[in-house]
Design a protein around this ligand. Structure first.
Ligand code: PLP
Ligand code: COI
Length: 354
């Protein structure tokens, strides 16, 4: 990482498209702001990032991203408080994880300054786009991929680091119903499950589509070896509540080390909720659903925030979860979003002002 960064250049659009956006009805990740950040890696070094108008990019058809899938990404959000001040949530953790993914996928790591200064500059340019409406935020998508070309199956010699922004509402539009999967696997020991790399998501599309056809929204993956243990869902980590204890599985090289997951564990402990990080068997979840001790199940992630699961399917049987008045999911969602939107104290020092 021998790159030095000069001042980030900014080329602004002639006309903003912001007036075409209905900020009261934002879907997730489908509207993009006027500008994006682009940073090239060439001749063994990262060049200074540039903010340019949002536009298609030109790539050689033999660029290695198309053939060998050398690509990684992150998911973050920026939140605007009632005084119009903008906040990020644990952004250095995203930078760290991007570089963990980069290392696994043989992509050169991006220096912290390039990531943080690039992100802050882009968000400052797009300040007007950052929603203030309840339940909305600016979804941030940093990503890196092999732009260098050649059919030789080896790492490319050129890469791009980019950031695009999408003012967004909720990821799930209604109740989340999940299917516990035991035929297909998302990841394997020694594989790339812990990296946020495109193929981990593409590989889920087909089994998830089969689940969607049966009326589910997401798949809950089990371990590839025995299919006896709950791992995570397609876009979020999973928590279960048995009686009063909140439980999540341990991370491993098969599972994404979610920033929301680890924040929730700290928040729950601070609230005095008993937590356990341990392997969760499918059998115990099914038994707990049958005997009524399974009180809640929810997903946790940047896009998903805290998403309560209303039912899960396993081996052709659906198990409904009770609707609780004051669920852990609703308490924790309130606590974490209060910190993110600067509505409460931040005892953990997670919030970073722009
Ligand atoms: N697991 C997967 C597969 C994900 O894509 C995500 C989303 O980023 C998560 C878990 C949750 O991670 P985080 O809370 O850092 O967004
Ligand atoms: C996120 O939560 O930021 C993610 O990256 C999940 C993605 C599949 C939308």
């Amino acid at each position: 990482m021998n790159s030095t960064m000069q001042k980030i250049s900014i080329e602004k659009v002639k006309e903003s498209k912001i007036d075409q956006v209905d900020f009261n009805n934002l879907a997730f990740g489908s509207v993009f702001t006027d500008h994006m950040l682009v940073c090239d890696y060439k001749n063994g070094a990262w060049e200074t990032p540039k903010v340019v108008p949002y536009q298609p990019i030109s790539l050689d058809p033999s660029a290695k991203i198309f053939h060998y899938g050398q690509s990684i990404f992150e998911g973050m959000k920026a939140y605007k408080d009632t005084d119009e001040k903008v906040w990020l949530f644990r952004p250095l953790d995203n930078h760290k994880r991007l570089n963990i993914s980069a290392k696994r996928m043989s992509i050169p790591e991006i220096p912290e300054e390039f990531f943080m200064e690039g992100l802050k500059t882009l968000l400052e340019v797009e300040d007007k786009w950052i929603p203030q409406t309840e339940g909305s935020s600016m979804y941030i998508r940093p990503f890196m991929f092999a732009s260098g070309n050649g059919f030789h199956a080896s790492p490319a010699n050129a890469y791009k680091f980019m950031i695009c922004l999408a003012p967004s509402g909720a990821y799930f539009s209604g109740k989340v119903k999940v299917l516990i999967e035991e035929k297909y696997s998302r990841s394997a020991n020694g594989g790339v499950g812990y990296a946020k790399t495109g193929g981990n998501y593409a590989g889920q599309f087909y089994p998830t589509q089969l689940a969607v056809e049966k009326g589910y929204n997401q798949v809950i993956w089990t371990d590839d070896h025995s299919h006896e243990y709950i791992e995570e869902a397609g876009a979020m980590n999973i928590f279960i509540r048995i009686n009063d204890t909140l439980i999540t599985g341990p991370t491993s090289d098969r599972i994404l080390d979610g920033i929301t997951r680890k924040s929730i564990l700290q928040l729950a402990e601070k609230k005095g909720i008993a937590t356990e990080v341990r392997k969760i068997t499918v059998t115990e979840v099914v038994e707990a659903a049958k005997n009524g001790s399974l009180k809640e199940m929810f997903g946790a992630g940047t896009a998903a925030v805290v998403s309560p699961i209303s039912a899960f399917g396993y081996r052709d049987v659906d198990y409904d979860l009770p609707e609780l008045e004051d669920s852990y999911a609703s308490q924790i969602k309130k606590d974490i979003t209060d910190i993110q939107y600067n509505r409460s104290e931040d005892p953990f020092g997670w919030r970073v002002g722009l």
